[in-house]
Write a protein that binds this ligand. Structure first.
Ligand SMILES: [Zn+2]
Length: 465
């Protein structure tokens, strides 16, 4: 019995071993082994070079049975696969190699705003912005790190391949802009003798330092007890040493007698080739007058300067004197007025504050813009201008003789404040010829002649729009 059992036992073990060997042999798979990395990064347009592979079945080399399938396109960034395949029996065995076609040139950082920026010495840098792109990772803006150190802003970004880019922005800390001083009140004004001068105020601002009004220094003296022209100089320096200077002219004039009758000769529409002749007569007669000017050829700039230097008032009439454009709107009116005032400021050094509306404040041509003159009568004042119409018209624009011009003027003299409208257009012989007679008539009949200043009673027409 014992021996019988032993034989069965051995046979069973034997059968198990044989079966195992047979199953083992039946289950044996081919093996594919890839040389090189399983994932390969390929530069765009770079030729792919197969690092090699081998395939074995048990000990048998079946490399030549491997079939390769690939969708690789090295001209396009993307993810591709190379499939190494071997068929064995009814089964297929395969191995995959990943190919990533990339452009691994470093990511690019684009700075918004200039690469070199100017800043005030004490200003804190505020990031102007940037973005960063990488051909592999796409938008990597959020990965950008920035750092401000001294006068440089550094930007740094790294893509997922470890490629780095660094760029920088330079900060130039300097203040080269001059401060500005704005004067309250008129830059050129008039005061009666014996009165007190009150500083109308001023404000100084600087692009870097802000309000520096308290740093303004005023030099110059005004003797209000003595008739004359006085100059106050307002100086200010910012912390970087940029200096601005502006001055104010104060004319101290004799206070007129309340009962004094005064003639204010005004000349519109100049300068022209008539201006010098008018100025010559005024000079010979020692009479001051007012010129309401329009834009004219540059050659007349010196004539305006002469009129100013000889003590006449340079008033503003219009730059274009084109009713349809200046009376289109309030804005159009002031755009035009500021143009002519810029010209005056350039020629004389001082802006004008006395104005005369083309056609007078009573004009109806401005009705193209309803209520415009009503509005302008208020807004001109708000902007620091005073407008003057006239109460005596010489009618020198119509075809009349110089005698008639003279008569028109002297027959109109019935006020204390007589504002006479005349014109300074080209070749205006009738006015030039009548002028001296008008002046001499006035002098003989107790009139004084004066220029218009902001102290002159405002002669206004009735507004009809
Ligand atoms: Zn005019």
């Amino acid at each position: 019995m014992k021996t019988k059992f032993k034989i069965i036992y051995i046979v069973t073990i034997f059968l198990i071993i044989i079966t195992s060997i047979i199953l083992c042999i039946l289950n044996r798979k081919p093996i594919i082994k890839l040389h090189g990395d399983e994932t390969i990064y390929l530069e765009l347009n770079q030729k792919y070079e197969e690092p090699g592979y081998e395939a074995r079945y048990i000990h048998k080399d079946i490399t030549d049975k491997v079939k390769i399938k690939s969708n690789l396109n090295n001209q396009k960034i993307g993810y591709y696969k190379i499939e190494y395949k071997v068929n064995f029996g009814k089964k297929t065995y395969k191995k995959i190699r990943n190919i990533k076609v990339i452009d691994s040139t470093t990511p690019v950082i684009n700075l918004l705003g200039s690469g070199t920026i100017e800043m005030c010495p004490n200003d804190k840098y505020t990031e102007l912005g940037f973005n960063a792109f990488d051909k592999f990772d796409g938008d990597v803006t959020s990965k950008v790190e920035s750092l401000v150190e001294d006068d440089t802003v550094y930007y740094y970004v790294e893509n997922s391949l470890g490629k780095k880019t660094m760029t920088e922005r330079k900060i130039v800390r300097q203040d080269t802009d001059e401060p500005t001083i704005e004067l309250e009140g008129y830059q050129s004004s008039v005061l009666y003798k014996g009165s007190t001068y009150f500083e109308p105020g001023y404000k100084a601002t600087d692009n870097c330092d802000g309000d520096i009004t308290d740093k303004v220094q005023i030099t110059g003296n005004i003797n209000t007890n003595k008739v004359g022209k006085y100059k106050l100089v307002y100086n200010v320096s910012d912390s970087a040493g940029n200096i601005t200077s502006i001055d104010r002219i104060i004319n101290i004039i004799e206070k007129p007698d309340k009962n004094q009758k005064t003639i204010y000769l005004t000349f519109d529409d100049g300068p022209s080739n008539s201006t010098e002749k008018i100025l010559d007569i005024l000079k010979e007669e020692n009479v001051k007058a007012t010129f309401f000017i329009i834009n004219a050829d540059e050659k007349y700039d010196s004539v305006i300067k002469r009129a100013y230097d000889e003590g006449h008032t340079i008033g503003l009439h219009s730059y274009s004197h084109k009713y349809k454009s200046i009376y289109k709107s309030e804005e159009a009116f002031f755009d035009d007025l500021e143009l002519i005032n810029d010209k005056v400021r350039k020629i004389t050094g001082y802006p004008a504050n006395i104005i005369r509306f083309p056609g007078g404040s009573s004009n109806t041509i401005s009705r193209i813009s309803r209520g415009l003159m009503t509005k302008l009568s208020i807004s001109t004042k708000e902007k620091g201008y005073i407008y003057y119409d006239w109460n005596i018209a010489s009618n020198d624009t119509s075809s009349i003789s110089s005698k008639k011009v003279y008569k028109n003027v002297i027959s109109g003299l019935k006020y204390n404040t007589n504002i006479v409208l005349m014109h300074d257009f080209a070749n205006n012989k009738k006015t030039i010829n009548a002028l001296r007679d008008i002046i001499q008539y006035g002098k003989k009949n107790g009139y004084e002649f004066d220029k218009i200043t902001e102290m002159t009673p405002q002669i206004k027409h009735e507004i009809r729009n």
